[in-house]
Design a protein around this ligand. Structure first.
Ligand code: PHE
Ligand code: ZN
Ligand code: ZN
Ligand code: ZN
Length: 264
């Protein structure tokens, strides 16, 4: 049985669908559906005891936001960072791309809080704005970090499009063999096939890689509704999103040095 119930992350994805539906059908940069998505994530994290920051930036005349959440335990000189872009394109609600990754890491963060975890290293989570317009939010975040603070990030793990129905093979970014092996450990234990993928330049891990941070990430396959109006709640499968969530939890637990298993 999975450590975190798949229904938990799926409930967040349903909330993002509902946010899009009540805000003109999308969650794109500069649109009310994006701001509502950021508020949803931040409220959950604040209630769980995270130190949160809503970082704003301006792009194409509109204000964008990154939501950053830090679990205030463990060695701040060695930070394990999980991230996902929170914005979508204007064409549709952006549920596989990328309410899926946003929901998966939100649920991992909430599981850390439920466990009242005491990791050896520090855990930080980021939900990026304006990824679809050129990785704008994550580039902004990295550019505002002092060099000394950049060096405290031991690894960055990216979650972009992790809920596609009919996924047969999980893609694991090839940038880091050791981080990739941590993800592979989860999928192999579940009997799920993996393959190496290189999506350099196409998602937010690039912003960190360009700053010298060791990066990896995962992605499901085959999205027939990529950047389309039909990328709605029916475009993802709860079981797939559940595996992404538990793969992310496995990596977070293992890399940050939380003792024991991922709790329900
Ligand atoms: N989802 C990315 C985008 O926003 C592209 C991508 C595809 C990233 C596959 C990672 C894996 O367009
Ligand atoms: Zn996209
Ligand atoms: Zn994406
Ligand atoms: Zn595990």
């Amino acid at each position: 049985a999975p450590e975190i119930p798949p229904a938990n992350a799926m409930a967040h994805a349903r909330q993002f669908q509902s946010i899009a539906s009540s805000n003109g059908g999308n969650r794109a940069h500069g649109r009310p559906g994006f701001r509502a998505s950021a508020d949803y994530v931040k409220a959950k994290l604040d209630a769980a005891g995270f130190q949160t920051t809503l970082q704003s930036f301006t792009h194409q005349g509109a204000t964008g936001y990154n939501v950053i959440a830090e679990w205030p335990h463990g060695d701040a000189n060695q930070t394990v960072f999980l991230g996902a872009h929170l914005d979508g394109v204007t064409a549709g609600p952006g549920i596989n791309d990328n309410a899926s990754g946003s929901s998966a890491i939100l649920e991992v963060a909430l599981a850390v809080a439920r466990a009242d975890a005491r990791p050896t290293k520090r855990l930080r989570f980021g939900w990026w704005g304006a990824e679809e317009l050129g990785l704008i939010g994550s580039k902004y975040y990295v550019s505002r970090l002092a060099a000394a603070d950049r060096r405290k990030i031991s690894s960055y793990l990216n979650f972009d499009m992790v809920g596609a129905k009919n996924t047969r093979t999980w893609g694991i970014y090839t940038e880091s063999a050791s981080l990739g092996a941590t993800f592979r450990e989860y999928f192999t234990a579940k009997g799920l096939a993996t393959r190496g993928i290189n999506v350099a330049g196409r998602s937010d891990h690039s912003s960190f890689a360009n700053a010298g941070v060791e990066v990896s990430g995962i992605s499901s396959d085959n999205d027939p509704c990529y950047h389309a109006r039909c990328d709605d709640i029916n475009n993802i499968a709860e079981s797939v999103l559940g595996h992404a969530t538990n793969a992310a939890a496995h990596a977070a637990w293992k890399l940050s040095g939380i003792p024991g298993r991922v709790p329900v």
